[in-house]
Ligand binder design. Structure first.
Ligand SMILES: [Zn+2]
Length: 410
């Protein structure tokens, strides 16, 4: 049975300080960590320093790993793996842009606490989840529980970008020793065993320049771009056949997000350009591997080329493939969390699915370990104006992490 002694869990839950959790969440929100390329000061550095100082004060062993200039992962741990397991509670320190502050009724970095909600950029995605992980680990530490293994808290950079923080963690000793991870992203505290995957296909189309009055002298890449766009519904249908149906995930989608021609030079009314460019945002559910997905995108390009003789259409994935992930309910981590939700909240676990990819995608693909995404905040609130987290959900998340971690590391 994946359930720690009731005493150990109750003792640790008793060590969880809700006021401290609220204060920490608000402190993290107040430190902006929107990453702006080209601005040396606009990184996760300041919030990472706060995480480091806070965990150091609690007496954790800790490592700060500079992933890129001014972009440190903070990794803290409790206990040694030994012959036991190693569990990661994962959060990211970057947030997306606040957009136009005038569209917010609460200041984006003010961390206003109103009617049981904390407002601000990152309130849900995901300074609340990160704070819950930190406070949960602290409660376990204060309770003096003996762990059969190691509990790791990872505050990683760049989840909203190329996920270099998660990729870096996978190359470190403590990363390679992980056996499972809880991804503390805002999923309404549901246990998400599946995450949709994504491939961003960057398409390059080549034709031949010519005068607009004599189109027969050239090859128009814009016509080929149109042909490719017409192939996308069929591509989507083929991917839907290839991927597994899921009760928790929307089916695969193929969405063009960039279309451009000419790519270089000046736009001129009477010039057929030599090239065009497009980007396809391809979302996946579990099932096919990289090669199978690539084959379908290849086919769409080939069919479009056949309709526009003389053009060349090529594509490549931006930042590789992020395949959909899935873990089975029989995994020890899932069983530990199902019991943990009950112990922590008195309610039955609700299962769900993650609409996009997360750092967990990288951990699952590179380390092969089971991941469960579970954290406070409404699934649809990230990246919106007036982003918020409910304090009750924040506290529940921390409790779920305490009980689940103790169950898994018993
Ligand atoms: Zn996130």
């Amino acid at each position: 049975m994946a359930r720690a002694g009731a005493t150990a869990v109750n003792t640790a839950l008793g060590c969880l300080d809700e006021a401290e959790l609220i204060d920490l969440t608000r402190a993290l929100i107040r430190i902006p960590s929107v990453v702006r390329p080209g601005e040396a000061a606009a990184t996760e550095a300041a919030v990472a320093r706060h995480v480091e100082a806070w965990l150091t004060k609690q007496g954790f062993d800790l490592d700060v790993q500079e992933v890129a200039p001014g972009r440190p992962n903070v990794v803290a741990w409790l206990g040694e793996k030994g012959s036991g397991r190693s569990l990661l509670l994962e959060g990211h320190t970057d947030v997306v842009t606040e957009g136009n502050p005038a569209e917010w009724t609460h200041p984006p970095f003010g961390a206003d606490l109103v009617d049981g909600r904390i407002y601000g950029r990152g309130a849900a995605d995901m300074k609340s989840g990160l704070a819950a992980a930190m406070v949960a680990a602290t409660a376990i530490k204060r309770s003096g529980a003996t762990l059969n293994g190691r509990l790791v808290v990872g505050a990683l950079v760049d989840e909203e970008g190329d996920m270099i923080g998660a990729k870096h963690l996978c190359t470190t000793a403590i990363g390679r020793e992980l056996d499972a991870a809880i991804i503390c992203e805002p999923e309404q505290n549901e246990l998400c065993l599946e995450q949709r995957g994504v491939v961003w296909a960057r398409v390059a189309i080549r034709g031949r320049m010519a005068h607009g009055a004599m189109p027969e002298a050239g090859v128009n890449p814009i016509t080929a771009l149109g042909a490719l766009l017409q192939e996308l519904p069929a591509l989507e249908r083929r991917l839907r056949k290839l991927c597994r149906k899921s009760p928790h995930l929307r089916p695969p989608t193929v969405t063009p997000t960039i279309a451009r021609s000419p790519v270089q030079g000046v736009e001129q009314s009477n010039v057929i350009p030599s090239s065009a460019r497009a980007l396809l945002d391809v979302r996946l559910t579990p099932g096919p591997d990289e090669a199978a997905v690539a084959r379908e995108i290849d086919t769409a390009c080939r069919l479009a080329m056949a309709r526009c003789p003389g053009t060349a259409i090529e594509w490549e994935p931006v930042n590789g493939f992020r395949l959909a992930t899935r873990v089975e309910r029989s995994e020890p981590l899932v069983r530990a969390m199902v019991a943990g939700v009950r112990q922590a909240t008195g309610r039955r676990a609700v299962f769900g699915g993650v609409p996009g990819s997360t750092d967990g995608t990288i951990l699952r693909m590179q380390l092969g370990i089971p991941i469960v995404t579970c954290g406070p905040g409404h699934r649809l609130i990230p990246h919106q104006a007036d982003e918020y987290v409910e304090v009750a959900a924040l506290v529940d998340a921390a409790k779920i992490y305490v009980a689940s971690a103790l169950n898994f590391l018993e």
